[in-house]
Design a protein around this ligand. Structure first.
Ligand code: TRP
Length: 331
């Protein structure tokens, strides 16, 4: 039986962090054997918010590819795709844009949150429409499943609606585009070092996959703890402590013990943070090592992206032939 296809991706607006690692990268590594995996380097979607920073977006195409490679995605198995190189994505985005109302896009909860978060007072047509372009990302290669976090669910719902509409209109006898399904991550979102509900590139509260052991230690030293615990003799409350939430994710074996010691004031914040830094550095060490290998083989990384994109274009062009014919665009 043929493997089912997965497509997922990252916007190329900067390096990825531990939030991405626990929320999606780790899962991708686990899924790569079972599924035919496509990893999209979403440089066009990056432009929807970073169109004034073309150099950053370009640099990030490499960095995000390196992030994915360094955590263990195997370039022999997975296909890396540079979004802007795929003509089918551009074409499908235009075709799909006829099937979505502006109101639907404006009421998308994720778009609304992002507008508030970035403080936009004037949003662009491109930004408002990125869920449409994302539908093209997913369907140009007829992906079955899309591993994503909670915030992407409204987008996936829209994608399914667009596909349903497309098929009903142009291919009523036999659907040619699959309705993609979300594959939700089971891990709750990682909060930021500052206690913000989200670890984010633009929020300055992240630990990056490239952070050295010293940087990790320093960042964790600055993390928010239980504000009521002022002296080492005070009993702490791990339930409201950022550091403890990280222990629960990165230090499964010791987290219960540490929690008890915190509640009974047997461990102070300094030692607790040190134990966490150690665990995170153990996790990051092989990732940093693998990255160093790829960083010193720049040409190889470029080749991985280019060969993957060529393969994706072959698949996309074939799909577009069929789609244009069904849309009666072939004279
Ligand atoms: N919007 C996704 C994010 O911010 C990135 C992305 C772009 C994506 N295209 C995609 C994810 C297609 C899944 C499928 O994380």
């Amino acid at each position: 039986m043929e493997k089912k296809r997965i497509l997922t991706g990252d916007r190329t607006t900067g390096r990825l962090h531990l939030g991405h690692y626990v929320g999606s990268l780790e899962n991708r590594v686990r899924l790569q054997d079972e599924y035919d995996t496509f990893i999209l380097l979403a440089d066009i979607q990056a432009l929807t918010t970073h169109f004034e920073k073309p150099d950053l977006v370009k640099e990030s195409i490499y960095e995000v590819a390196l992030d994915n490679l360094s955590v263990g995605l195997n370039p022999e198995k997975v296909t890396f795709v540079q979004q802007s190189q795929i003509t089918a994505i551009a074409e499908l985005t235009v075709f799909y844009s006829m099937l979505v109302s502006v109101n639907t896009l404006r009421h998308n909860p994720t778009i609304k949150t992002e507008i508030a978060q970035y403080g936009y007072d004037d949003i662009t047509y491109g930004f408002l429409g990125y869920p449409v372009s994302q539908t093209a990302d997913i369907t140009f290669c007829n992906a079955d499943l899309v591993p994503v976090g909670e915030d992407q669910v409204p987008h996936l719902e829209l994608s399914r609606k667009i596909v349903r509409r497309f098929n009903a209109l142009y291919t009523p006898d036999e659907a040619i585009i699959k309705e993609p399904q979300a594959l939700l991550s089971s891990v709750p979102r990682l909060i930021g070092l500052d206690g913000n509900s989200k670890m984010g590139k633009s929020l300055g509260n992240a630990i990056y996959l490239t952070d050295s052991p010293d940087t990790v230690t320093m960042k964790i030293k600055s993390a928010i703890t239980d504000a009521n615990r002022i002296s080492i003799n005070d009993k702490g409350n791990p339930d409201i402590c950022v550091v403890h939430m990280y222990h629960r994710v990165f230090n499964l074996d010791q987290q219960e013990n540490i929690s008890e010691m915190c509640r009974s004031a047997k461990i102070g914040c300094v030692a607790c943070k040190k134990a966490l830094s150690t665990q995170i550095n153990i996790l990051l060490e092989p990732i940093i090592e693998k990255r160093a290998y790829y960083t010193s083989n720049h040409q190889r990384v470029k080749e991985i992206i280019n060969t993957g994109s060529e393969k994706a274009n072959r698949i996309g062009n074939q799909m577009m032939g069929e789609i244009k014919s069904r849309m009666r665009l072939k004279i």
